[in-house]
Design a protein around this ligand. Structure first.
Ligand SMILES: [Zn+2]
Length: 151
């Protein structure tokens, strides 16, 4: 229902899920994975993206139980992010269909670290790629925090 994925679509997120050495992964269970996004805004690097391990295009096709699990995981990751990044807040968002700014045709749920006066929405056209070293640094910070949360 309401699908826009081109035929023979090569899904970058499915490639991440199948890559056991994916460096930016911060969390994986039987159903969901979470990793540091390759994109950032000027004052908001280290965005976390949660995806289902199975290829599902958008929210309309997501089973309810998986939506609930996604939100529960988002809370856990947001709390870890609060400590690991020392951010002042988080924004979570999720895009569907090209009109909704969905760029990758695999359901994804973003957790964006927020800081006082970070002007995220004013800077919205200034999206860029995060440097690989920075992406790795945020992945390590978050993984360390998750590890200490588990203890
Ligand atoms: Zn996919």
């Amino acid at each position: 229902m309401y699908n826009h994925e081109p035929e023979n679509y090569t899904c970058p997120f499915c490639i991440y899920v199948s890559d056991s050495k994916f460096k930016y992964l911060v969390y994986k269970d039987d159903y969901l994975s979470a990793f540091i996004s390759s994109a950032m805004w000027p004052h908001n690097p280290g965005i976390v993206i949660i995806i289902p391990n199975k290829h599902i295009e958008n929210i309309y096709d997501m089973p309810d139980s998986l939506l609930a699990e996604t939100h529960i995981l988002a809370k856990k990751l947001a709390l870890a992010m609060k400590i690991a990044y020392r951010c002042h807040g988080v924004s979570i968002r999720q895009h569907n269909e090209p009109a909704g700014n969905q760029e990758v045709m695999h359901y994804h749920f973003q957790i964006i670290p927020r800081y006082n006066n970070d002007d995220l929405y004013i800077n919205h056209r200034k999206k860029s790629d995060i440097l690989n070293d920075e992406r790795l640094r945020f992945a390590s910070l978050l993984k360390e925090q998750l590890k200490s949360d588990a203890n």
